[in-house]
Design a protein around this ligand. Structure first.
Ligand code: PHE
Ligand code: NA
Length: 451
């Protein structure tokens, strides 16, 4: 268990365990909460098409790029770069990733706290019928309460801390071995149920009939790119950290494709489930971030077995959020565990507390601090935008340049573990040329076209 440098190194027990954990990282609030409101606001099918295109030509190749750095580096976000590129500044990519991970988990745990609270409301029956004033008012009142959401946020983070403290094999791997199969079963149930609803065909056509005029809308590309990065968990070295716990014999390429496809299938199923429901009940699809918390409860209420569907849905959302939070916390924990020489337990507690405090600001941004806004974005929206639309794409771009141009061709290909010469060529061409060109173009268009 001890690697050559003498640092004791926890590892995944099996490659399958790694795959489940990485899928757990990918599949999360991003697939359900974020995907549905971003797709709803960006026109549905056109967004979906561009999103799928980005996942395929940028996302999955970059996921392999990120995995290849961690597996070859065998260390945390910063350490892996230092090992592969000693005496350079490349490790700053890892530093940015650690900061990004802390920021994402800060707001992620706020939304996860809401999810946990909604689950509680469904278990107790409080939300089986519409509260006075409606679900919209209830959501507003809940999120603007200065104290109660903090309790649920703390509870969610506390559970995350308890698992991450136990390490890779005994904590994160074990938890995902239970969470992921259950998640798959629940999601399939929800999708099949969604297809039996009356509005199914309208929902499906919103999601699958593109409005071609939207293709000239620059913001759609920008949003689709950010969503692809966020959903696949790429660009902040969380996936890099997970791959550093692989054994040498566990190969990357097939696992990478499996993880990318699984995340995309989850997003599609979640989309089908949510938009069929949205159209069955005549709701506008572009209602923004509260979509899942306001509209779905009204929909569940008018369904025959809606309370059971509601419980299942929020169990699913909570588990998906939880498995992603594990990876978001492991990223900074692995880094400070090594650099500050803290025990894993201490490192987890300290990082968890910092993240909690930052998250408190995001939570209060819905109530007592709601006056703190930039361009209509509250604190949580700002954390979300900065990470998904800036830090993640920038991190991904840097990793592509690192592997494509800094490392030697042979080293890059060897680390990728791709065997077929044709695929090697395709992958390297994407990493060297396609990713930088597409991403820089989108960045320029969105900076000049959207301002
Ligand atoms: N991919 C996760 C989701 O879809 C979010 C996430 C982003 C997790 C980055 C880890 C790293 O919810
Ligand atoms: Na995702």
């Amino acid at each position: 268990m001890s690697s050559s440098d003498g640092i004791s190194h926890d590892q995944w027990k099996t490659r399958f365990g790694f795959m489940l954990a990485a899928m757990g990282s990918a599949v999360g609030l991003g697939n359900i909460w974020r995907f549905s409101y971003v797709a709803g606001e960006s026109g549905g099918a056109t967004f979906l098409l561009i999103y799928l295109f980005f996942v395929l030509i940028i996302g999955i190749p970059l996921l392999l790029t990120e995995f290849s750095i961690g597996k070859a580096g065998q260390m945390d976000a910063v350490g892996s770069f230092k090992r592969l590129a000693p005496n350079t500044k490349w490790h700053l990519t890892g530093v940015m990733g650690v900061i990004g991970g802390v920021l994402i988990l800060s707001f992620y745990s706020v939304v996860s706290g809401w999810t946990l609270f909604y689950l509680y409301q469904y278990v107790t029956g409080a939300y089986w019928t519409e509260p006075d004033g409606g679900f919209g008012a209830a959501f507003e009142a809940w999120t603007s309460n200065p104290v109660a959401p903090l309790f649920w946020q703390a509870l969610f983070l506390g559970l995350t801390i308890l698992i991450v403290m136990r390490g890779i094999k005994k904590g994160i791997e074990r938890a995902n071995n239970v969470l992921m199969p259950l998640l798959a079963v629940l999601l399939i149930f929800m999708a099949v149920y969604g297809l039996t609803l009356d509005g199914a065909s309208e929902g499906l056509s919103f999601l699958f009939t593109p409005d071609w005029s939207m293709l000239t809308e620059p913001s759609v590309y920008f949003m689709a790119l950010g969503q692809a990065f966020f959903s696949l968990s790429i660009g902040i070295c969380g996936m890099l950290t997970y791959s550093s716990y692989l054994k040498a014999k566990d190969r990357l390429p097939a696992a990478t494709v499996g993880i990318g496809l699984m995340d995309t299938v989850f997003a599609l199923i979640a989309g089908v489930m949510i938009f069929t429901a949205v159209f069955s009940f005549g709701v506008e699809p572009d209602s923004g971030p509260p979509l899942v918390f306001i509209i779905l409860p009204s929909i569940f209420e008018s369904m025959p077995i809606g309370h059971i569907v509601g419980i299942i849905f929020f169990v699913l959302l909570t588990m998906a959020a939880f498995s992603s939070a594990l990876s978001l916390l492991e990223l900074p924990v692995a880094y400070v565990h090594r650099t500050l020489g803290l025990t894993r337990k201490r490192a987890t507690l300290i990082m968890g507390s910092i993240i909690f405090v930052l998250g408190v600001t995001a939570s209060l941004g819905f109530g007592v601090w709601s006056h703190i806004q930039i361009g209509g974005n509250n604190i949580l929206d700002m954390m979300d935008n900065i990470t998904a639309n800036v830090i993640l794409p920038l991190g991904g771009l840097l990793m592509a340049i690192f592997v494509g141009w800094y490392l030697s061709r042979d080293q890059a290909i060897k680390n990728s573990e791709i065997e077929s010469p044709v695929l090697q060529k395709i992958w390297l061409t994407i990493v060297r040329f396609v990713v930088p060109v597409v991403m820089v173009t989108i960045l320029i268009i969105s900076i000049f076209g959207l301002a």
